[in-house]
Design a protein around this ligand. Structure first.
Ligand SMILES: [Fe+2]
Ligand SMILES: [Fe+2]
Length: 239
């Protein structure tokens, strides 16, 4: 058991979550970043937070064995199917919700900014997130994803991939990784300004709905960036 644990400790957070998405809940419970910070080993993440890795490993095992919905196996999905899933689930979520959240955060900044100045900053950060996402999703849907689909097709037909597509993927991945870090940092900054989305006593329903939406946005972003950083991008780089 000890040697097993020793090996598991050296696996990265991203690997655990890629293997079984249900382990993400454990990392969330301990406030360990599993998307942008997914490159860290379990041992390193635990050291930073003074946690015992053995305790987390037990909880991860328990999460994986819990009855209920089995984790969708994204790791072994074909890349075009994984891309489809990302677009119809997570990009659609952003297209449906980002504009609405901008409107809500601006509204609560206007109404509650006097007593709760943090919401003015939150609105400004979210405006920037919305602006950054436009280019980011465009780069993925119009440049990276089509190149990955062409390369997957080439490898299926056993034809050589074009040098151009390989270069597109390489350049695109560097930019997109950096943008994930920036968006992740912005969302974490919002969470800390919002005091983990604790609702103050003197606020209206729009405020509550806005914090609920921001929390939902963060959850969806974690899953989305996890699928890209820990599964899609490394596999695309190997094509
Ligand atoms: Fe994406
Ligand atoms: Fe992305």
């Amino acid at each position: 058991m000890n040697s097993d644990h020793k090996e598991s400790r050296d696996r990265t957070i991203g690997e655990f979550v890629a293997e079984d998405y249900r382990s993400a809940q454990v990392f969330e419970d301990y406030d360990i970043d599993f998307c942008c910070g997914g490159q860290k080993t379990l041992a390193a993440a635990c050291r930073e937070k003074s946690l015992d890795p053995a305790v987390l490993l037990r909880e991860i095992e328990a999460a994986k064995n819990a009855p209920g919905e089995a984790s969708e196996d994204f790791s072994s999905m074909k890349l075009p199917a994984l891309i489809d899933h990302i677009v119809v689930t997570h990009h659609a979520f952003l297209n449906e919700n980002t504009g609405q959240i901008v409107a809500y955060t601006r509204k609560i900044a206007e109404v509650h900014g006097g007593r709760h100045p943090e919401v003015i900053e939150i609105a400004a950060i979210f405006d920037q997130i919305e602006a950054d996402l436009v280019g980011h999703l465009d780069e993925e849907e119009k440049v990276l994803f089509p190149a990955i689909n062409r390369l997957s097709e080439a490898s299926r037909d056993e034809t050589p991939p074009t040098a151009e597509d390989r270069a597109v993927i390489r350049d695109s991945l560097t930019v997109l990784h950096r943008e994930h870090e920036d968006i992740g940092d912005a969302v974490h900054r919002i969470r800390s300004l919002a005091n983990d989305y604790a609702i103050p006593e003197d606020v209206c329903n729009t405020f509550k709905v806005t914090y609920g939406k921001l929390r939902e946005f963060e959850d969806d972003l974690h899953k989305h960036v996890h699928l890209e950083n820990n599964i899609l991008f490394p596999r695309a780089a190997d094509l």
